[in-house]
Ligand binder design. Structure first.
Ligand code: 5GP
Length: 190
């Protein structure tokens, strides 16, 4: 998606260790009109898939998922990264290893908010090693819900996650796919 690629080229920064900073517009300061266009594009891609719920993971996915949900007219559920004292009753649990924070979390969703009648669109900001998305897929499968697909803003096409997730049979649509980051420059996969 050209709008997102242009934002990455003009407002993103490549850091050591293959980390792309997009905190000027996507996951710290949020450019709401831009993210609204990402939501519109996710709706164009998945709007006829019968989605009745969007699932994401805290923290960076939440804002993107909420803006996307406005296009679908469905609620957002976000997986929480630690056992919260505010959650009543049974939960689904999975483990996610954070690429950016270099640690492993338990992620949980209350069983009240995901179940066999749900057809879920997964949304996240990045797909890199696939841990976050595989954790969300695991939570959905535990719940008996079905998966319409995964909408990703930025996929690192050089990393393993895209293949790992697609090998599970989940349809993945990424709005920008990075082929490589070399000498501080982002090269897209097309
Ligand atoms: P994965 O679990 O696929 O390795 O990574 C997905 C998660 O890691 C995303 O939710 C995102 O928050 C974070 N992430 C992975 N790579 C990057 C990156 O290059 N830049 C930023 N800002 N976040 C990343």
């Amino acid at each position: 998606m050209k709008l997102l690629e242009d934002a990455i080229l003009t407002r993103g920064r490549v850091k050591d260790g293959d980390v792309l900073k997009v905190d000027a517009f996507l996951n710290h300061q949020m450019d709401v009109p831009l993210i609204n266009e990402l939501g519109r594009e996710f709706h164009r891609l998945f709007g006829d898939a019968g989605v009745n719920k969007i699932l994401t993971i805290e923290a960076s996915g939440i804002g993107i998922a909420c803006i996307t949900a406005q296009h679908f007219g469905v609620p957002v559920v976000f997986a929480k990264k630690t056992q919260s004292r505010n959650i009543d009753g049974p939960v689904y649990t999975s483990k996610v290893t954070s690429f950016t924070h270099q640690r492993t979390y338990d992620v949980i969703v209350s069983q009240s908010f995901l179940g066999p009648s749900d057809h879920v669109l997964l949304i996240d900001d990045f797909l890199a090693k696939g841990s976050a998305l595989l954790g969300l897929i695991d939570l959905v499968r535990q719940s008996g819900a079905s998966i319409a697909g995964a909408g990703i803003c930025i996929e690192k096409g050089f990393d393993v996650g895209g293949k790992l997730v697609r090998d599970t049979g989940v349809r993945v649509e990424s709005l920008a796919v990075i082929r490589e980051m070399r000498d501080g420059q982002v090269v897209f996969a097309h």
